[in-house]
Design a protein around this ligand. Structure first.
Ligand code: C2E
Ligand code: MG
Ligand code: MG
Ligand code: MG
Length: 292
């Protein structure tokens, strides 16, 4: 009796579960395939002086260009990649991409811009991964041009992170940023102890800031904290002119990132666009360059 009653429900349940499991299975297969076929790439988003638009740096963001040429965002695959233990390999590819492109980026953007690399909380406490990351960045000979974006969760972690990872990063001369600041649970004393270089205010606090008095108060508080501790405060996710105008008029904040200024672009596309000069025309141009 009970069997017949529950039968339809079980079948429905199984169908739902089956669909989820199947999707996950397909994604797993695609992810492994993408890793083999080098389908993961580094995209860069400009970090600018919000008043002048001058580029002060770039954030490196992971992109997957799938078989159909569609760009897939980290949100759609990062959790599973992490679960499958593939995230570190993928991250290494992205950082290698960036390191390899550094000489070209230097030519186009100069050597004073910095490059920010995201590190997930699980990666941050993986000493082996972090050693590899530091080695890759050091090998560029320009460790000081890189900043790691860590979350409050990572930085609040005690144990190996505090005793081994942080000293490793400091010794290497890497700069540190607290990403998505204002959404996590770091205590103020942790921040004081950590001597990070940057607080990156989360997009949720910046969104429509000109219309949100409570977020404006939080922004002012974060700014005073940054000022008191000598930590630079930057904003992520600036999408509208109204947000920018508010920040310019009502805050001391100078550096920001967001679609209003620049949408993340694949490294290759960015370089192509920044210097569409063919080898031939550069010879001609070179010949007619005025002497200094
Ligand atoms: P995040 O580090 O906070 O990066 C900012 C995210 O906001 C990026 O999404 C960026 O494309 C997006 N964004 C930038 N400006 C705007 C804007 O004006 N409006 C809106 N709506 N969004 C904006 P993305 O590239 O999808 O990355 C999502 C998250 O995935 C990142 O958040 C970061 O936590 C993680 N991630 C990305 N690349 C890597 C990586 O190489 N390694 C690791 N471990 N995590 C990564
Ligand atoms: Mg980030
Ligand atoms: Mg962020
Ligand atoms: Mg964020």
């Amino acid at each position: 009796r009970a069997k017949t009653i529950s039968k339809g429900g079980v079948a429905f349940f199984n169908r739902q579960l089956g669909k989820k499991a199947m999707e996950k299975h397909v994604l797993e297969h695609e992810l492994r395939d993408a890793l083999d076929s080098h389908a993961f790439h580094c995209a860069l988003q400009k970090k600018v002086d919000i008043r002048t638009g001058a580029i002060v740096g770039f954030e490196a963001l992971l992109r997957w260009v799938d078989r159909h040429g569609a760009v897939r965002l980290p949100g759609t695959f990062l959790p599973l990649a992490n679960e499958l233990g593939l995230l570190n390999d993928i991250s290494n590819l992205v950082v290698s991409d960036l390191a390899r492109a550094l000489p070209r980026l230097d030519e186009v953007f100069g050597t004073s811009v910095h490059y920010s690399v995201n590190v997930s909380p699980i990666q941050a406490v993986n000493m082996q991964f972090m050693q590899g990351l530091v080695r890759r960045l050091r090998d560029t000979g320009r460790a000081g041009s890189f900043m790691l974006e860590l979350t409050e969760e990572s930085l609040a972690a005690t144990g190996p992170f505090q005793s081994q990872v942080l000293p490793l990063l400091r010794d290497a001369g890497l700069r540190l940023s607290i990403d998505d600041f204002g959404t996590g649970y770091s205590s103020l004393s942790t921040i004081a102890d950590l001597t990070v270089d940057e607080l990156k205010i989360d997009r949720s606090l910046i969104s429509a800031i000109h219309t949100r008095p409570r977020n404006q108060s939080i922004l002012r508080a974060i700014e005073s904290l940054g000022m008191a501790l000598g930590i630079s405060v930057v904003a992520e996710g600036i999408e509208t002119n109204e947000e920018k105008l508010y920040l310019m008029a009502q805050s001391e904040l100078r550096i920001g990132q967001g679609y209003l200024f620049h949408k993340p672009q694949l490294l290759g596309d960015l370089l192509k666009e920044a210097s569409p000069v063919t080898p031939d025309s550069s010879i001609i141009d070179g010949g007619s360059m005025p002497h200094e």
